[in-house]
Design a protein around this ligand. Structure first.
Ligand SMILES: N[C@@H](CCC(=O)NCCCC(=O)O)C(=O)O
Length: 252
C-alpha cells in the first residue's frame, strides 16, 4: 500500500522580501518519521483553496504550531496586544479545512496553534494571555533560553482515563510536556472532550467527541525530537495508524 498522504497547512511568512508559504522541518519530519506517512505541505490560500480537491487526496491532516496567534475576531473579541503576530491567510485556510476534514472523518492531529485553531473553528474561545488570568501559570517559553531548554519538558499534564490520548500512551495517567504558548483554551467548543489538563486547570489536550475519525489536539510539542521521546512517538504512531486505517477503508 502506498503511504497515506498527510496535509500540513502552511503559515505565511516573509522569506527575504517576499511572502512565502512555510512549514517548519520538525512538523514535516514528524509526519514522515513518526507517523510514517507522506507529508504534503498545503499553501495558505484562504478562500481560493479548493478544499474538496485537497481533501480527496488527504488521509490525514497535521496542524502545526506557529508563533502567530489565531485572530481574536474569529472568536468575537478585539485583539488585545497588536504587537503579537497574526496570520490571516493561515486562519482563512485552516478553519474551513478543519470543519470539512472532521465532517469527512479524516484523521486530525493538531499541535499548539493548531490546537487553538480547532477550538476556534468549532466555536470555542481563547485566553489571549493565559499568564494574565488570575490563578493560571505562565505557559510561555523563556526567550533567553536555548532552543533545547525551551522545548524541554517543563510541567506535567494529567491525562483523562479512557480517552484517545490515554489509549495512545498505553494507559498512563500523567506525562511531562514542554510548553511554548501565550494563548490557551478558555471556553471549550461544545463538540470537544477534554483529554488532559495542566495543574492550573488549563486544557492541554482534547478530542472531537462526535468525530467519526481519529482526532487529537495537544497544546504541547510532540514533534520536537520525537524519536527521543517515547510518549511523543506513541502519539505520532497512533495518528499514523489512524491515517493508514482511513486510507484502507475510505470510499474514494
Ligand atoms: N501563538 C500561539 C501559538 C503558540 C505556538 O504554536 N507556539 C509554537 C511556536 C514555534 C513552534 O512551532 O515550535 C500562542 O502563543 O499561544
Amino acid at each position: 500500500m502506498r503511504s497515506p498522504i498527510v496535509l500540513v497547512p502552511a503559515c505565511v511568512n516573509p522569506v527575504g522580501l517576499h511572502a512565502a508559504h512555510t512549514a517548519q522541518f520538525k512538523y514535516v519530519a514528524a509526519v514522515a518519521d513518526g507517523a510514517r506517512c507522506a507529508p504534503l505541505i498545503m499553501p495558505a490560500l484562504g478562500e481560493a483553496t479548493d478544499f474538496e480537491a485537497l481533501l480527496d487526496l488527504a488521509d490525514g491532516i497535521l496542524l502545526t504550531g506557529s508563533p502567530s496567534n489565531v485572530h481574536a475576531g474569529l472568536y468575537g473579541q478585539a485583539v488585545l496586544d497588536p504587537a503579537l503576530p497574526l496570520d490571516a491567510a493561515r486562519d482563512a485556510t485552516t478553519l474551513p479545512l478543519i470543519r470539512a476534514a472532521i465532517e469527512r472523518g479524516i484523521p486530525l492531529l493538531a499541535i499548539c496553534r493548531g490546537f487553538q485553531e480547532v477550538n476556534v473553528a468549532l466555536g470555542g474561545t481563547l485566553h489571549q494571555s493565559v499568564h494574565s488570568v488570575a490563578g493560571m501559570s505562565d505557559h510561555r517559553e523563556h526567550k533567553g533560553h536555548t532552543m533545547e531548554e525551551q522545548y524541554a519538558p517543563i510541567h506535567h499534564v494529567q491525562v483523562e482515563p479512557g480517552g484517545v490520548l490515554a489509549r495512545a500512551l498505553g494507559g498512563v495517567d500523567r506525562i511531562m510536556v514542554n510548553s511554548l504558548h501565550g494563548q490557551g483554551l478558555d471556553q471549550l467548543a461544545p463538540r470537544l472532550a477534554v483529554e488532559a489538563r495542566a495543574a492550573d486547570g488549563l486544557v492541554e489536550a482534547y478530542r472531537v467527541r462526535d468525530a467519526t475519525g481519529f482526532t487529537l489536539a495537544v497544546q504541547w510539542h510532540p514533534e520536537w525530537k520525537l524519536m527521543d521521546n517515547p510518549d511523543s512517538l506513541k502519539l505520532l504512531q497512533a495518528f499514523g495508524d489512524a491515517c493508514r486505517h482511513y486510507k484502507k477503508t475510505r470510499i474514494k
